[in-house]
Write a protein that binds this ligand. Structure first.
Ligand code: IPM
Ligand code: MG
Length: 361
């Protein structure tokens, strides 16, 4: 029996997670997937009950599970809290406690959604890239950090961008392994012309690359990478980069595909224990309205099946069900072109489940 911890969180989190859990339950009931699902509180929802966004019970639940499915955290209600108890801190705490250093963020353009991208169809059609973002180090976690008062009375904010060789090496290895199962190209993104820590990043990635002679490696400065992503995104296969650069570039890559509401993510540790979440946030403006797109979370379940539960056939079935549903023209508001009437979160979940139940053609 594999334990899956489900942390719906805030905003649209509970709505989109509910549909993804129904998909998991369908696989459990009809495809004999051996999973046990347990719920926990995280983010603002946990703060409201326990005064902390990542209570001990949630941490226990998450660290003892094989996989964690998380919706989203944060919202205006908690924005004025001190940074140490903000909902976002729970996310960082979970990533750190689970040791999930490799964050996989695929950006795939579904042909059915080519018209939803703000870029011309020929620039993005067929796009299939994977961003491997380092997730438990870098400037997000580096010490010292804080705000101090200087001798002249002025305040100064500071953070530290640190990477050890082993932190760089393990995420680079992941990226090269992933590239081997894809188009065998890795582009490492850094700012080695200015930042010593990423000069080391480049050096270590070059060393790792020597162990993968079958994979083509290239290096790009982050400013250029940001430009190339919108100029000619199909030049990329796998991008490996630091925590903060990956945060920024993955949002940019998401928009190439038309909607951030479509993109899942997986964060993995050494032993494939994983944290799975849609890359969109809690979208408080549309929370509780049953209009959010649940597909990113459902596709996160597919990634969970593939990477942590080792059920590649079921993973492919979920992905195929999503594609079938898109073929029928069903669209939530975020991916609708004017010609499509919008469906609800629940209706999208229903359709994916119906497609999963349909006999294989
Ligand atoms: C993400 C988010 C988080 C991050 C925030 C919510 C802390 O933007 O997962 O990309 O910066 O990592
Ligand atoms: Mg982000």
């Amino acid at each position: 029996m594999r334990h899956v911890a489900v942390l719906p969180g805030d905003g649209i989190g509970p709505e989109v997670v509910a549909e993804a859990v129904r998909v998991l339950e369908c696989l459990r009931d009809e495809y004999a997937l051996a999973v046990e699902i347990e719920y926990g509180l995280v983010g603002g929802a946990a703060y409201d009950v326990h005064g902390h966004p990542l209570p001990e019970a949630t941490l226990q639940l998450a660290t003892s599970a094989q996989a964690v499915l998380l919706g989203a955290v944060g919202g205006p209600r908690w924005e004025s809290l001190p940074i140490v108890v903000r909902p976002e801190k729970a996310l960082l705490g979970l990533r750190s406690a689970l040791g999930v250093f490799a964050n996989l963020r695929p950006a795939i353009l579904y042909p059915q959604l080519a018209g939803a991208s703000t870029l011309r169809a020929e620039v993005v059609s067929g796009l299939d890239l994977m961003i491997v973002r380092e997730l438990t180090g870098g400037i997000y976690f580096g010490e010292p950090r804080g705000v101090r008062t200087l001798e002249n009375g002025e305040r100064q904010g500071f953070n530290t961008l640190v990477y050890t060789e082993s932190e760089i090496e393990r995420v680079a290895v992941r990226a090269f392994e992933i590239a081997r199962a894809r188009a065998r190209r890795v582009c490492s993104v850094d700012k080695a012309n200015v930042l010593e820590s990423t000069e080391l990043w480049r050096e270590v990635v070059m060393k790792v690359a020597c162990r993968y002679p079958d994979v083509a490696v290239s290096h790009m400065y982050v400013d250029n990478a940001a430009m190339q992503l919108v100029r000619a995104p199909k030049q990329f296969d796998v991008i490996v980069t630091t925590n903060m650069f990956g945060d920024i570039l993955s949002d940019e890559a998401a928009m190439l595909t038309g909607s951030i509401g479509m993109l899942p993510s997986a964060s993995l540790n050494e032993t494939d224990r994983g944290l799975y979440e849609p890359i969109h946030g809690s979208a408080p403006d549309i929370a509780g309205k049953n209009i959010a797109n649940p597909l990113a979370t459902i596709l996160s379940v597919a990634m969970m099946l593939r990477y942590s539960l080792h059920e590649p056939t079921l993973a492919t079935r979920v992905e195929a069900a999503v594609s079938t549903v898109l073929d029928t023209g069903l669209r939530t508001a975020d991916i609708a072109e004017t010609s499509h009437a919008c469906c609800s979160t629940r209706a999208m979940g229903d359709a994916v489940i119906a497609a999963l139940r349909a006999p294989l053609s």
